[in-house]
Design a binder for this molecule. Structure first.
Ligand code: PEP
Ligand code: MG
Length: 544
């Protein structure tokens, strides 16, 4: 593609970006099986791929140890060590030499062999290394196949163009180095789209591109307002984009006067406006935008993009940092909502026909309570350092909540017996299934507070997969059924003297702010970049 070309996608986040493109090709790695004549040159290809992989792992190690901590970073060290292992490399060389085959094939076969050996071991720690073996082989194959590493940080910030991006791929990206996302597939309600909103960068999904025509380093302009991307823009387009970027920055500057002000209508009705986060680093933008607190910390992102469960200590450090940085403002941490699109192989969920209705969130926690217990221990310990509450996702019944509260009490008693400092936090419930709406009067009695997850509530009420880009025309988040449900939940919460918030994406929908206030919603929790915009709307309201 040499000439300027424009594509129309669907906007998943507003904003304008201009910069070089980095293409990420997904899908299963195609393994060619080819007979070769020059053994030495194939071995050389492997050696230089190993060298490149070691460089990548060193970068990842440095980045992870600075941003997350040594305990997570250590995994990249382990990967480097495996790459030095003579048995592993020897096996690749032997296959090339004995079978006269290409490097890719030898790496794939060796990877499979080692993965099999590790997963068959009795020792839990060793068997968990099977996933590492697969990771390493995939890394080598990507390099041999000339594909970019998703976790790699490029020098200059780039516009990521991809077939699709999973939440676990997105969470591994260096936020400072991403200007925008453009994907061929994906939906505006997916967690990858939500992550782009948390990162506050323009993002397009459902963009009809042919990746074969897009090269790394091409210039692109992404318009998250119009939903367009222009490759190889001409001078005029570049100038206009620059002007619009400046305009946007000016708008943001103009909102700054609202910092420190109340979210109060002209006739005195106040509402709390909090922010949603997915990682410790997001706290910076929560503070920058003067949010009243954190209404939803999607803790499951701590579990993604890695090969093993985060240990209690590592989780404790993350939660402690968040509550401390928030300096006494409230922080609501959701227990892990793993499953559906948020996949981590080591959970062993396997393939499901209907993952959105499958083994996920508290269902995992109730069937494997040791996973929840580790998280609750870390949370209760971190609660000592600030204003922390816990919220449980995907609730469908009173019985589930009773079982969860019993587990929480066990954790409380265990910590007390072990004389470990902790605080027993307030515990809330997410209302994101129609079943929870229907029993919200009883749930409100049990819980300390309620928070409505409109993303899933809309998906389950309308029976429309929030991930499916083909269903846009049917996915109506303003549907009367959803609005009525929000009203029912609000009334039931208030009947029991409990607060109720909205932490799904609908909370940031400025067309509905007035209606939410009228219903009596106590709190809206939105992407940090939306806090001041909502405050402005609330403050301009005369009567709610
Ligand atoms: C929701 O479902 O509205 C919600 C807040 O949770 P998530 O988007 O992470 O599923
Ligand atoms: Mg949800």
């Amino acid at each position: 593609m040499k000439e300027m070309q424009k594509f129309l996608g669907k906007s998943a986040n507003k904003g304008i970006a201009q910069g070089p493109v980095m293409v990420i090709k997904n899908g299963n790695l195609r393994i060619r099986h080819e007979k070769i004549s020059n053994v030495q040159s194939e071995i050389k290809r492997v050696e230089s791929a190993v060298k490149r992989a070691r460089e990548q792992l060193q970068t990842l190690y440095t980045k992870a140890s600075e941003e997350i901590g040594e305990s997570v970073a250590a995994i990249f060290k382990v990967h480097r060590m495996i790459l030095e292992d003579e048995e592993y490399l020897g096996s690749i060389r032997n296959i090339i030499t004995a079978e006269m085959v290409n490097a890719e094939y030898a790496v794939a076969i060796t990877g499979e062999k080692f993965t099999r050996i590790f997963s068959g071991m009795d020792d839990e720690y060793v068997s968990a290394r099977a996933a590492d073996m697969k990771d390493i082989s995939d890394r080598l194959l990507r390099i041999l196949d000339d594909r970019e590493d998703t976790g790699r940080s490029s020098e200059a910030p780039v516009i990521i163009v991809a077939e699709d991006l999973s939440p676990s791929e997105t969470i591994q990206m260096d936020r400072e180095k991403v200007l925008a996302f453009v994907t061929i597939h994906g939906s505006t309600n997916s967690h990858t789209a939500i992550l782009s909103r948390l990162m506050n960068i323009p993002s397009l999904v459902g963009t009809p591109l042919n990746l074969e025509n897009i090269r790394n380093g091409m210039t692109a302009v992404v318009d998250g307002f119009e939903g367009t991307v222009i490759f190889e823009p001409d001078e005029k387009t570049c100038r206009q984009a620059k002007e619009r970027i400046e305009e946007e920055q000016k708008k943001i500057r103009l909102l700054q006067y609202l910092k420190g002000k109340e979210n109060e209508t002209r006739d005195g009705r106040k509402i709390s406006i909090c922010a949603n986060i997915g990682s410790v680093t997001d706290v910076e933008s929560v503070l920058e935008n003067d949010a009243g607190g954190i209404g939803l910390f999607r803790s499951e992102f701590l579990y993604l993009g890695r090969n093993d469960f985060p240990a209690e200590e590592e989780q404790f450090q993350a939660y402690r940092q968040v509550v401390q940085k928030m300096g006494g403002k409230k922080v609501i941490v959701r227990t892990l909502d793993i499953g559906a699109d948020k996949k981590a192989e080591y959970f062993g969920i396997g393939k499901e026909e209907n993952p959105a209705m499958g083994y996920r969130a508290v269902r995992i926690c109730l069937k494997q309570p040791e996973i929840l217990k580790t998280q609750l221990r870390a949370l209760f310990r971190a609660a000592v350092y600030g204003n922390l509450s816990v919220i449980y996702p995907m609730i469908t019944s009173v019985e589930e909540v009773q079982r969860l509260l019993r587990i929480a009490e066990e954790v409380r008693d265990e910590l007390a017996n072990e004389k470990i400092p902790f605080r027993y936090p307030r515990q809330g419930i997410m209302i994101e299934t129609p079943a929870a709406v229907m029993v919200s009067d009883e749930l409100a009695e049990l819980a300390d507070f309620l928070s409505i997850g409109t993303n899933d509530l809309t998906q389950y009420t309308l029976a429309i997969d929030r991930q499916n880009e083909k269903l846009y025309e049917f996915y109506n988040p303003h549907h009367k059924a959803v609005m009525r449900m929000i009203r029912i939940v609000t009334d039931n919460a208030h009947k029991h003297g409990k607060r109720v918030g909205i932490c799904g994406e609908l909370g940031a929908d400025t067309e509905l702010t007035e209606e939410f206030l009228r219903m009596g919603i106590d709190e809206l929790s939105v992407a940090p970049s939306m806090v001041l915009e909502l405050r402005k709307i609330v403050r301009e309201m005369k009567e709610y």
